[in-house]
Design a protein around this ligand. Sequence first.
Ligand code: GRF
Length: 194
Amino acid sequence: MSGAGTNLQALLVACGDPAYGAQVVAVGADRDGIDGLRRAADERVPTFIERVADHPDRDAWDAALTDKVAAYAPDLVVLAGFMKLAGPLFLRRFAGRTVNTHPALSPSFPGMHGPRDALAYGVKITGATLFVVDEGVDSGPIVAQVAVPVAAGDDEHSLHERIKVGEHQMLVESVGRMVREGFTLDDRSVRFGT
Ligand code: GRF
């Protein structure tokens, strides 16, 4: 997590209901002083921070982040609003069980500016994508997608905020199913159930 943490908040609220069947065991961030960490602390979820700048290079950061996450033995790793590319060690360690959300309908508009790029292209429908993280940028196998119409007069902020409403619902529903039902990954196909 890297910022506001509204995706995290949606998960924390869902996990407050025992019937949801999943728990957030820890929340990690790549910076301090962000709302997401406060949201986690409010729910008494353990938090940790691993900053790239505190390491001699990106590989050392990758190793430290991998160790920190592994210490909590998560079944699933959710990169909720995490604005960095996970390193190769991290991806190997949590391969096939790390998910991320992207505020666009993949494979369109990968990268940091999904809503801005969708607006600039003039699409009438965009949305959000939950995917299993691979070594590419927003390129992994798709778990779920939600469509969101672009409104006349939208700017980047208003569009992103509307996308986030659908993104939160998609994340909560899909993460819950992944944990409760399990899932299988076959090349690019992700299916709930085992
Ligand atoms: C989300 O839309 C996410 O898909 C994108 O940035 C936003 C992060 O929001 N990468 P938040 O930190 O979860 O509020």
